[in-house]
Design a protein around this ligand. Structure first.
Ligand SMILES: Nc1nc2c(ncn2[C@@H]2O[C@H](COP(=O)(O)OP(=O)(O)OP(=O)(O)O)[C@@H](O)[C@H]2O)c(=O)[nH]1
Ligand SMILES: [Mg+2]
Length: 498
């Protein structure tokens, strides 16, 4: 990699006309609005690409996305696979609808790191927009001016892991496909994992055709082998993939039904668009309890476990949220105790193997067993009590026998969650997790006393919460402190946007 460090890709984000493309040009010298229609209309329509060299010498790939509200799907296709964001907010306009929507997309995709740039500081005092941005994105540095942006990006990438460090077979979600006279078909995308080099034979999915790699370029320069995390252009023989197709070295079964963990709860039966990689599909959502949902797609996705999805509503078009695929090859099923237990295992990164229940066998997906059926008439007041008590519910043992039975049913249905001696409303635990993750992001660690003070609660609740978060891998205990666990980065900051 020379002195450039491991490859990383930066994606722009932000409302239309806020100056994303202008800032990319100031940083890279490249005008990514190269289509005649883009020049004429003064707006970005297609994804643009440019190499960026930071003051430290670190090299990044930049994907410049459109801000137009009708082009959010293009934005999602560009943002998929990026490592960090550059969110642009114009001083004279402040935070606008697509500022928020692009941020929900980034959070849905798990892109947690980035920088906020306030542009058009010559037109208005940047202080107000900067305050709005800080409130919306407390985890990111907010800066004004191209030089300050470049310096902040250097700080942001310093500790960012690259996809090139992860294992895996070659995988590229095609975001552009075109024909070059005399060369044939060229496709581009961000290489999610593995490497691609001249002479490699790759599969084109979902069709399943085989294609031979004739040449590989990274930012218009021919390379022997491109590494994960880079923007690559691949010239292929024998196949003509289009946007949304996947180039891969290993077969992946197309998915229609996926069990996912989302950062928001979506009403059962809602019709949505699911975005994954550079593909999308209409789908219906089945709620499985808590943050677990099943997405039943009309067209196939080429998805793997732990990949990210973004879920958008159809009318009005808006981003509802996003999350992680737990099972890309699920069977059609509803909520049940077994389903919840299995998804919780998958969410913790475990194999739900006990008793021969593997993801493939589907044996864990029996229809709801009698004890998992919840008495709805009794459930509503109980859920209201848990919600009212929020982060200080009474000890589970203090409920009478019938109430305890009901709490157990709610837990099995994923509508309540146990942490130590207490049973919480899942939304309360989600809030606690987000608050803890936000503190750790800012301070590097958290102690019991720090959380007790933050929540203005007793030691007992703080302890139960931290122990619960340890099991969820949000926190990891080191001596008498907690540091970020493997899943801490997947949480949105607290307080939430909007
Ligand atoms: N005065 C002033 N104008 C700017 C600045 N940055 C961008 N502009 C102007 O604002 C308009 C929009 O800039 P773009 O860079 O195309 O905005 P964009 O965010 O890429 O827009 P979309 O890609 O369509 O979402 C152009 O006319 C720019 O010249 C700035 O810092 N000051
Ligand atoms: Mg633009």
């Amino acid at each position: 990699m020379g002195g450039g460090g491991a490859p990383l890709t930066l994606g722009t984000a932000g409302h239309i006309d806020h100056g994303k493309t202008t800032l990319v040009r100031a940083l890279t010298g490249v005008d990514t609005d190269r289509l005649p229609e883009e020049q004429r209309r003064g707006m970005t329509i297609e994804l643009g690409y440019a190499p960026l060299v930071l003051p430290s010498g670190r090299r990044l790939s930049v994907v410049d996305v459109p801000g137009h509200e009708k082009l959010v799907r293009t934005m999602v296709a560009g943002a998929t696979g990026i490592d960090l964001f550059l969110l642009v907010v114009a001083a004279d306009d402040g935070v606008m609808p697509q500022t928020r929507e692009h941020l929900s997309v980034l959070r849905g995709l798990g892109v947690a790191r980035g920088v906020v740039a306030i542009t058009k500081a010559d037109l208005a005092d940047p202080a107000r927009a900067a305050d709005e941005a800080r409130e919306l994105v407390p985890e990111a540095e907010v800066v004004v001016g191209a030089d300050a942006v470049a310096a902040a990006l250097d700080r942001a990438v310093a500790s960012l892991p690259s996809r090139a460090d992860a294992d895996g077979a070659a995988l590229l979600h095609v975001d552009r496909s075109f024909t070059i006279h005399g060369a044939g078909r060229v496709v581009t995308g961000t290489l999610w994992s593995g490497t691609i080099g001249r002479g490699d034979e790759l599969l084109v999915l979902p069709a399943g055709a085989r294609a031979r790699v004739r040449e590989v370029q990274v930012h218009d320069e021919r390379v022997d082998r491109a590494a994960a995390g880079q923007r690559v252009a691949v010239n292929l023989r024998d196949a003509t993939p289009v946007r949304g197709d996947v180039l891969t070295a290993e077969p992946i079964e197309p998915s229609h039904i996926l069990d996912v963990e989302l950062d928001t709860r979506i009403e059962h039966g809602t019709r949505v668009h699911v975005h994954h990689g550079t593909r999308e599909s209409a789908a219906r959502v089945a709620w499985l309890g808590g943050r677990f949902h099943q997405l039943r797609c009309e067209s196939p996705l080429i998805a793997r476990r732990d990949d990210r999805v973004v879920v958008r509503s159809i009318a009005p078009a808006d981003t509802l949220g996003g999350g992680r695929i737990l099972d890309p090859a699920a069977r059609r099923h509803g909520p049940s105790r077994d389903v919840t237990a299995r998804l919780e295992q998958l969410a913790r990164g475990e194999e739900p193997g006990l008793g021969g229940r593997t993801p493939q066998s589907g044996a864990g997906l029996r229809s709801p067993s009698p004890q998992s059926e919840v008495d709805e008439a009794a459930a509503e007041p109980m859920l209201a009590r848990l919600r009212d008590a929020w982060l200080e519910p009474p000890p589970t043992a203090s409920f009478d026998a019938d109430e305890q039975a009901l709490l157990a049913q709610l837990r099995h249905a994923g509508r309540a969650e146990r942490a130590g001696p207490f049973t919480f409303h899942p939304d309360a635990l989600t809030e606690a997790a987000q608050r803890v993750a936000t503190i750790m992001r800012a301070e590097g660690e958290i102690t019991l006393a720090r959380l007790r003070d933050e929540l203005q609660t007793s030691r007992r609740y703080a302890q139960a919460l931290l122990e619960h978060l340890d099991t969820q891998r949000i926190t990891r205990r080191v001596g008498d402190k907690r540091v970020p666990g493997s899943r801490a980065d997947s949480l949105p900051p607290w307080p939430p946007a909007s």
